[in-house]
Write a protein that binds this ligand. Structure first.
Ligand code: ZN
Length: 326
C-alpha cells in the first residue's frame, strides 16, 4: 500500500468513526452532560437515574421515570388520571390554549402537568404527586390544583403520608385567576392533612418557581431539595432590578436555601427513595395517629402493610441517617 493510499484509508476510517459517533448520539445511545460535556452511554446514565457519572449533574427526567424510581414495582395506582382542562377563559395568545394543550398531550403522553396516585415506597403506602416540567413548563392550572387537592384529601382520609415532587415554572397564565386560586386550595387541603398529624414531604427539583414555591412546595414538614436545583419565587433579574442590588452567584439554588433555612436537606436523586422510606418509617413510629378499623374496610388500599403494621421497638430501619450537605 502506498503512503497516499494509507492516508486516504485512514481519513476514511476517521470519517466513518465520526459518522458512527454522530449516528450513535443521534440514536440516543450516548448522551452529553450539559454541565461537564462528558459523553456517557445512555443505559449507564439511566441506571444512575440520569445523574451524570462524572460531575453528578442531575439531568431532567419525566414524571414516569420519577414514579419508576420511587415506587415499588407493581404497586402504582394512578388516581384522577383523566381530569383535564376545559379552557374556561377560551384563552388565545399566539395560538388557542386548547390547541396548545392538545399539542403537549400529544408530545408527552400526559393529560396535564402532574401525575397523582397511591403506591408503595419500600412497602410503605404513600400518596404521591409528580409534576412534569415537559408539560407547559410544569405550570399549575386548575387540573394540577384539582388533582393535587384530591390526592391530599384522599391521603387524609386514608391516613397516608403525602410526597409531592415539584417541578414548575409557576401558575399557568392561560387560566388566569383560576390558576392562582389553586395555591389556596392545595394549601387548605394540606392544612387538614396536617391537623390529622400526617406527614407531608415536598421534594423540590429543578426548577421549582412561582406559585408552586409560594404554596405547597414550602409547606412541608420536611422540605427536601435535589442538588443545584433552581428554587425561587420571582426571577433573578426582576429581583435585581427591584432591589437595585447584585445578588450572590448561588442565589435561588438548593444550597443557598439550605444555608438560609428554607430547605431542610439536600438529597441526591439516587438516595431519594431510601431517604423518603426512612422518614416515613420514622414518622409512623412516632405518630400518635391511630388507624381505626373503619379505614381498613373496603377500598383498594385496605390491605396495605402501612395500615396494619405495628412497631414495638425502634429497629435499625427506623433510624434516620440524613446529613445536611454543606
Ligand atoms: Zn456531567
Amino acid at each position: 500500500m502506498s503512503l497516499f493510499d494509507w492516508f486516504a484509508n485512514r481519513r476514511k476510517s476517521v470519517h466513518n468513526s465520526q459518522q458512527r459517533a454522530e449516528r450513535e448520539i443521534a440514536d440516543g445511545l450516548w448522551l452529553k452532560c450539559t454541565a461537564c460535556g462528558v459523553l456517557t452511554y445512555t443505559k449507564d446514565l439511566q441506571a444512575n437515574q440520569m445523574v451524570c457519572l462524572e460531575c453528578e449533574h442531575h439531568m431532567p427526567i419525566s414524571s414516569d421515570e420519577r414514579i419508576q424510581h420511587l415506587i415499588d414495582s407493581n404497586t402504582w395506582m394512578p388516581i384522577n388520571a383523566e381530569v383535564r382542562s376545559t379552557d374556561p377563559l377560551k384563552f388565545f395568545d399566539r395560538k388557542a390554549y386548547s390547541d396548545r394543550l392538545q399539542e403537549y398531550q400529544r408530545k408527552t403522553g400526559l393529560v396535564d402537568a402532574v401525575q397523582t396516585g397511591i403506591g408503595n415506597i419500600e412497602t410503605k403506602s404513600v400518596a404521591l404527586g409528580v409534576m412534569d416540567f415537559r408539560f407547559m413548563g410544569g405550570s399549575m392550572g386548575s387540573v394540577v390544583g384539582e388533582k393535587l387537592t384530591r390526592l391530599i384529601e384522599k391521603a387524609t382520609n386514608k391516613h397516608l403520608p403525602v410526597v409531592i415532587i415539584c417541578a414548575s415554572g409557576g401558575a399557568r397564565m392561560q387560566e388566569g385567576m383560576l390558576s392562582l386560586m389553586q395555591m389556596a386550595k392545595i394549601s387548605g387541603a394540606l392544612e387538614q392533612h396536617r391537623e390529622a398529624k400526617l406527614l407531608y414531604i415536598p421534594v423540590l427539583t429543578h426548577p421549582t418557581t412561582g406559585g408552586v414555591t409560594a404554596s405547597f412546595a414550602m409547606l412541608g414538614d420536611i422540605i427536601i431539595a435535589e442538588p443545584k436545583a433552581t428554587i425561587g419565587f420571582a426571577g433573578r433579574r426582576v429581583i435585581e432590578q427591584t432591589l437595585r442590588e447584585k445578588l450572590p452567584e448561588n442565589f435561588q439554588t438548593s444550597e443557598y436555601l439550605l444555608e438560609h433555612g428554607f430547605v431542610d436537606v439536600i438529597v441526591p436523586r439516587t438516595q431519594l427513595k431510601k431517604t423518603l422510606a426512612q422518614l416515613i418509617r420514622f414518622h409512623k413510629f412516632n405518630s400518635p395517629t391511630l388507624i381505626s378499623n373503619e379505614s381498613l374496610e373496603a377500598g383498594p388500599y385496605c390491605n396495605l402493610a402501612f395500615q396494619t403494621e405495628q412497631h414495638n421497638s425502634l429497629t435499625n430501619d427506623n433510624k434516620i441517617e440524613i446529613m445536611p450537605q454543606n
